[in-house]
Design a protein around this ligand. Sequence first.
Ligand SMILES: *[C@@H]1O[C@H](CO)[C@@H](O)[C@H](O)[C@H]1NC(C)=O
Ligand SMILES: *[C@@H]1O[C@H](CO)[C@@H](O)[C@H](O)[C@H]1NC(C)=O
Ligand SMILES: *[C@@H]1O[C@H](CO)[C@@H](O)[C@H](O)[C@H]1NC(C)=O
Length: 458
Amino acid sequence: MGRFRRFNMTPMRRCGLWMVAIQVVMIIGIMSVYTLQPGWPILTSLYASGEESYTDVMDPIILPALPETYTLVDDDRPYFTLLPNGLSCFTAGTDLMKSSTSSSNSCNCLAGYYGRDCGIPEPVWHACQALNNCTDFKPRKTPRRLIHGLNINHELEFFQVRLEEVGDVLDVIIVGESNLTAGGDPSPLYLLPELRKGFMGGFQHKIIHIFIDHFPPEGLTDGWFADTFIRDYMGQEGLKRIKGIRDEDLFLLLDADEIPDRSTLLFLKLYDGYPEPIALTLRWSIYGFFWKRAVSGSPLVEDVTRIVAISTMRMIREVYDNKVMSLRRNYLTTEPLLSRVKAYTLNGHPVMEWNIGRVGAYAGFHCSWCYDAEGIRLKLTSAQKDDKPRWGDYPEKLDLGYISGLIRDGRWFDNTKPFFLAKPEEDRLYAPSYILKHKDRFDYLLNLPSADNATRSS
Ligand SMILES: *[C@@H]1O[C@H](CO)[C@@H](O)[C@H](O)[C@H]1NC(C)=O
Ligand SMILES: *[C@@H]1O[C@H](CO)[C@@H](O)[C@H](O)[C@H]1NC(C)=O
Ligand SMILES: *[C@@H]1O[C@H](CO)[C@@H](O)[C@H](O)[C@H]1NC(C)=O
């Protein structure tokens, strides 16, 4: 104040000067929030294709640290409706009006749902015909809790799609992220910094992030070893932090590019009466949903991905010894798992692989190499060292123009063409519904780039 007095200012002028100063400070502050976000350039390039995806960064929510431990609670949402005529129907699969006036002893199902109480979705309906004619399922009093484990590299878009699609039916998500690539090279963390800024804020209370800061030397020469290490580490460290696990709760192991079908997961949570482990048959797309993988030797016959992905927590513990990758590798008929399977069976828990999903009634989506050209290049250079041929070792295969050409023509890095075009207009299962709902943002996954675009980017 003393300084101002020397210039002999009127109170009016003094006030004006303060206002200007305050405004300048505010403008600088706002500018730095928007331009000096750490990680902002990475996210913008990852999300280059849509404006919606920026919202998480534009409104950073500063959250407390991710939960160290998570205590499972019971899901007491009402999934069934008890009608005046005594029928109990799965609400989301039932025409409640028709069912309440029905005199039969089963509910009237909406399209895509089956069974007495309309709780069996289409992928399960096909899978249970041979199992038990779909008659032996009983709704549980308390739903199983569903623990989902996955490892992530730079698949932030698919992480969001996963949570938007099935986040509400997952009880807890364990996500493993390493500061090393599968090839053992240093790698930035992509997910954790975004989570800290508020990415997927609505789900953060049930995300357990497992940071993997080391890598066994064997992994450098053995890709399977590396794959197994990061998944088992994610599973073991993650499960340790979850309290209140029950034997009948489920574990679901997927890769970052596999999006499960929501109705199938919900069925598994709500019902008893099926065997384990459970395999999921997924629609298999490459580069985007426009290319489908063909069966080898039949260029127009659609191929699918089938993965053993789900078992009870009892089986995770007693058969797989908490090594979750063993679920996926599925070597149940040879030692060391064979004797554990025998003991498990003798204890009254039959082991039989049950596959859910088929062409046209998929249990989810597997979109391989579904990035833009830059994302594909990043995946190439992050790949395991022993997975030969390692396309990332060939400089010409890292050229963005070359990669755009592969996407456009549906070719693989060895110049074969094992893909054929999907027909989005006649395909109600073209892509996960969240992606279909956000057409502009996911344009690069939904629409084959034109020849024009591809040549320009080279
Ligand atoms: C399903 O029902 C049919 C007709 O009732 C019967 O012949 C068949 O054995 C049943 N299959 C199974 C797996 O229960
Ligand atoms: C990974 O993280 C650990 C722990 O912070 C650190 O000691 C290690 O040097 C990191 N590795 C690389 C390659 O950055
Ligand atoms: C491809 O080019 C067309 C027009 O030439 C443009 O509208 C479209 O956004 C471009 N797509 C991509 C993925 O660059």
